[in-house]
Design a protein around this ligand. Structure first.
Ligand SMILES: Cc1cc2nc3c(=O)[nH]c(=O)nc-3n(C[C@H](O)[C@H](O)[C@H](O)COP(=O)(O)O)c2cc1C
Length: 191
């Protein structure tokens, strides 16, 4: 198989597209973030990479809290906008008509229109060079009831989207059973 070396790139597709919320100088701000992921299950932790000069990062340092909001496809314009303008220059909540609410943490603003909202306590910061890695312990999860099927979170209803270079991509359909299809390789061991 022919491979082309592209050099050292953080190319870990797909990237989620989320809106990170922080209270900066007492006002909610949201930044689009694609360098984000789940990093632990117990306690549940997520991590985001933010450039040191981000206005939203200032709010995370001020309160040691932030939110991760997962937008659905219908919020793509608002998400893109939150990735192009800074809260230092404009009120993105007003511009995007976000309905903001607060949960357990009183300084982690959450967006009602996003089907998933994670309230996070910032527990680690690591300077990696271009970006500061912020690890957040999830203290509460808010999930839109209309994205549940039989009371269980349904990704097909959430309609999250990923960020590829220059484009947003929809998530495809389910195509295999997890923790099951792998047994096709050699048969499930009989204990
Ligand atoms: C799709 C998308 C993904 C982005 N991902 C990141 C990211 O992972 N880290 C980051 O620091 N900035 C990222 N940005 C840029 C910030 O969202 C942008 O600089 C924003 O204006 C920051 O807002 P703030 O100044 O209010 O914090 C991204 C922008 C877009 C459009």
């Amino acid at each position: 198989m022919n491979k082309k070396k592209l050099g050292p790139l953080p190319m870990l597709w797909p990237h989620p597209t989320v809106l990170v919320g922080a209270e900066v100088d007492g006002r909610p701000d949201f930044a689009a973030v694609a360098w984000a992921g789940v990093v632990a299950g117990s306690p549940p932790c997520v991590a985001i990479g933010l450039q040191p000069h981000r206005y939203s990062l200032k709010g995370i340092y001020q309160n040691m809290t932030f939110s991760v909001n997962v937008p659905s496809r219908e919020l793509v314009n608002e998400t893109d906008y939150c990735g192009m303008v800074s809260g230092a220059d404009t009120d993105k909540v007003k511009d995007c008509k976000f309905k903001v609410f607060y949960g357990t943490l009183k300084t982690a603003p959450l967006i009602e229109q996003c089907p998933i909202n994670l309230e996070c306590e910032a527990i680690h910061f690591l300077n990696l060079g271009s970006h500061i890695l912020v690890v957040g312990k999830v203290v509460e999860t808010h999930f839109s009831e209309d994205c549940l099927t039989d009371d269980r979170p349904d990704i097909a209803k959430v309609q999250p989207f990923t960020f590829g270079p220059g484009k947003y991509h929809a998530i495809g359909e389910a195509f295999a059973e997890a923790f099951k299809c792998g047994w096709e390789i050699k048969g499930k061991p009989k204990k």
